[in-house]
Write a protein that binds this ligand. Structure first.
Ligand code: ATP
Ligand code: MG
Length: 394
């Protein structure tokens, strides 16, 4: 048995020994049925949060008001949540009220899709009131209950449907698809952060192109954090998403294929971290470049230059290897990787020039760096000192 499940079974047994019910629920049951690696284990229980806290020596109260306590066992965290039902999602962020219930089935009925609404006892007996197992076999995404109601209650589920479609290579059942189209405009009310989490997972899936194409066909694109108006026809589907290696490269591909005009604005509206934004912009500028100087390559960095090149080759059906080895060769010819490798610092320069500090030092450094990168000045302390002495005099 998988070690995670083995330890989690112990957690379940402990809860049961105090007279409560407890089951595996959610993603871990789905992934177990699909024979996929298990990331984390969620447990649903009839025990209230304070009861869970009294059973286990190590717990973390992460969301008591929603019934969730983390149980730490063998250095692993298990989220244990009391069986609950939810009220309307008034602010489209979280239910305005939750209340605890006694039956597992009631808890399962609040969940989004049939395959996420299955539970398993510690002996791996499946409890599957909405036929999620069948849907998994058919690779079909279907909401629990009326799709129109479930999407309008929490429109994030629209993004989750596309995410599961991409990650598990599934299709969306017709009535579910119809309701999802109808409710797409409600996505405007969902926080960007929640949309971005789902979209990032979608971009890493095995069927990214198909999921994006369906998002477009279902009219979801205009309601994204940066409304997407236009795309390169056919390209979402034919593009080989699986050969992209990083999150940044995937965002760059989305930008190119959806004809985004303001790249920085796009990335900011999706609320990506600044480090990711900068890296995507570097990849995009490499993607557009046709000729590289040493200085270009030095400022962009080889990794992002190669990343942009790969994107270009994929989109324009060119061969990557030959162009990549030329870039690597050029990178090898650059004698420094960063300014820190220059054997003179600001103080040395002030000494040589016998001048008061000022903006001139920065200018000098910039020119010096360029001379070294372009191979016009060797990386020798003596020659650099001479160059500094001459600087500003010619
Ligand atoms: P992952 O593998 O990415 O963790 P997951 O299905 O476990 O996927 P979570 O966000 O961890 O996703 O949610 C755990 C469970 O909670 C889901 O399997 C589902 O049963 C339920 N759930 C999550 N989000 C929603 C939602 N928006 N509406 C209804 N049920 C939800
Ligand atoms: Mg999960």
């Amino acid at each position: 048995m998988n070690k995670l499940f083995e330890d989690a079974s112990y957690v379940i047994e402990q809860i049961e020994s105090k007279g409560f019910k407890a089951y595996f629920v959610g993603g871990c049951v789905r992934d177990y049925c699909l024979n996929r690696p298990i990331k984390d284990i969620d447990i649903a229980s009839s025990a209230k949060p304070e009861e869970i806290q009294s059973i286990f020596p190590k717990t973390i109260p992460v969301g008591i008001e929603h019934g969730t306590v983390i149980v730490r066992y063998n250095q692993v965290s298990y989220e244990v949540t009391t069986f609950r039902k939810e009220d309307k999602y008034e602010d489209f962020r979280r239910p305005s009220k939750v209340w605890f219930v006694t039956k597992l089935e009631e808890d399962l009925s609040r969940r989004d899709f049939t395959f996420n609404a299955m539970a398993m006892d510690k002996n791996f007996q499946l409890i599957d009131p909405f036929n999620g197992r069948d849907d998994l076999k058919k690779l079909q995404i279907r909401t629990v209950g009326k799709p129109d109601h479930r999407f309008s209650e929490d429109p994030l589920r629209i993004m989750r449907a596309f995410r599961f479609m991409s990650v598990y290579g599934m299709n969306i059942e017709e009535e579910t698809k119809f309701a999802l189209k109808k409710n797409a405009p409600l996505l405007k009310r969902i926080s960007t952060e929640r949309i971005t989490v789902e979209f990032k997972k979608l971009l890493e899936g095995e069927q990214t192109g198909k999921a994006l194409q369906l998002m477009r066909n279902c009219g979801v694109f205009p309601f994204m954090p940066y409304p997407i108006e236009e795309i390169c026809e056919g390209s979402l589907l034919s593009f080989d998403w699986s050969s992209l290696k990083s999150e940044e490269q995937r965002w760059a591909a989305v930008i190119v294929l959806t004809k985004v005009d303001d790249e920085r604005d796009f990335l900011k509206l999706w609320k990506l971290p600044n480090k990711v934004i900068q890296s995507v912009l570097n990849i995009l500028s490499s993607y557009k470049k046709t000729k590289w100087t040493k200085m270009d390559l030095y400022t962009t960095g080889l990794t992002e230059a190669l990343s942009g090149l790969r994107l270009k080759c994929l989109l324009e059906d060119e061969s990557f290897e030959e162009q990549a080895s030329k870039l690597k060769q050029l990178a090898n010819e650059i004698v420094i990787k960063s300014r820190d490798e220059i054997p003179l610092n600001g103080e040395d320069i002030l000494k040589i020039k016998q001048k008061a500090p000022g903006v001139w030092v920065g200018q000098l450094f910039q020119e010096l760096e360029k001379e070294i990168v372009e191979g016009k000045l060797p990386l020798s302390e003596r020659e650099i000192s001479d160059w500094v002495r001459r600087w500003g005099k010619e």
